[in-house]
Design a protein around this ligand. Sequence first.
Ligand code: ARG
Length: 579
Amino acid sequence: MNFTDLKTELTYVLQQAMIACLGNDYAETDPLIQFATRPEFGDFQANVAMSLAKTLQTNPFDLASRIVEYVGRQPLISAISVVKPGFINITVSDEAVLTQLQALKSPRYGVPALQQKETVVVDYGGPNAAKAMHVGHLRSAIIGDAIYRILDFLGYHVIRQNHIGDWGTQFGMLIEYMLEANIATTNLVIDDLNQLYQKAKAKFDVDADFALRARHRVALLQNHEAKTKAIWDDIIAISVDHFQAIYQTLHVRLTSQDICGESFYQDQLAKRVSEFEQAGLAVESDGAKVIFLEGYQDADGKAVPFLIQKSDGAYLYATTDLAAAKYRICDLAASRVIYVTDARQAQHFAMLFDCVKKMPWAEQANLQHVPFGSILGADKKPFKTRAGDVIKLTDLLSEAKNRAGVTAKEKNSQLHDADVNHIADVIGIGALKFADLVNDKVKDYVFDWDKMLAFEGKTAPYLINAYVRIQAIFRKLLPDQWHQDAALVISDPFERKLMMKLLGFAPTVVLVSQDLAIHKLCHYLYELAATFHGFYEHCPILTATTPEILHTRLYLCQETSGILKQGLALLGIDVLEHM
Ligand code: ARG
């Protein structure tokens, strides 16, 4: 991926200076350019001297000073200096900033497009059939969808996979129970299935005869016996309707076409197990088939194996994942597979990847688990209703919209109902998603309606409001007032600050596409909006005194609103034209 942003250009300039100063051996040494941590340090700082001085056994300040001597005069740089212990502070020239700024074009705003198509699978969503979706599946959908959108924007060929739990003994149990109790699937909804499943499970646990019949039903299901299969089909259809309704409300891109659940892999499991046996990786242990891996031990230091077939012949979640990995790498031709699930599955995926990586077909593949923490209630315990029940996602999403609708009406009592509904949808769902994405996803976070819906702070309403404010400026613009062929100029430090922020979009998106730390994009967008507000307070726009200043300021408004809209779209969040 090659594109020239300021950081890339500076990296090149410093690398050349290092070669001139230290010789060709240092051609590959990264000068470690970063955005300056404080404005008084300039725009960027290069930190290479600190680490390199250790290797060269010299003093970092002297080393930095010598490198700087070789930088010489550069059109790119207006000031460069060394501060203790050995930081190189760099201010880029206004011309360089303006040249970069001029090149920012909607809709990519400097984000490079991948030259070679590379296939990535994103496995997200992953709810279980016959059960209502829970908040963990909400997080997987929100985070996975943002990952999907970012990689898609960068030009990857991204395949969504919704690995739903739609196979296993629980379905034999449920179907047997329904048949015996004479319950038809007509008119059933997900909550009914949920309840029936709980009843079936209770009976299974106490009634040995029923348990036997349920097991037999599993076998019938596996053999696709017509009556059993027909009920299973209905159960899955009801469940998928429920999942899709939630994804639609969330504006998550997962469609029913993306569903490729556990049942899809059924006829591949035996083959996968024997492949691992033939490769000498899977072995028998107490009648079961397991793969021993290095580095996984239980509390007593006993090796924990990866269990792929139980002694009664049954396959497991792990077996299905082996099959899914092969399908994705070999059939879908993915070079990277990303799994978005809660952090409790971290060990499962670590072991899965270790196993798969031992096979020749997976050697080149990049497998990544994106773990996330739990959503907590105000009491810092797992998020529940006041009565202590699990939260129903449908209720949660309606509440988000209702609350946002109430605020919208408070702010503007003239609004028509249709407008209120639209605003409630964009703000309510946007707030929920942003609150989920803004946290470092591995950590647990406390669910707080007031905080996420506030118009101040790191929230979707704050960002959407900044966008709306800019649209209002453009509505006030007189015809012929804006001469777009005027030159861009810098007449105020607040303009320059905003320019530098705008130039930070592309590097942020590229970084996030690699490390998948979505919260960095959230923080970037917040800083952009906050920097815009500073600019807006200090720099008159429509009353600017020269055509160049007016052009520059309007251009900054245009680019800011464009990047806010595009950046939020990458997170799966819409904007409003007015509120
Ligand atoms: N159904 C699983 C759950 O509820 C998530 C599936 C994740 N994907 C996978 N390939 N294992 O936790």
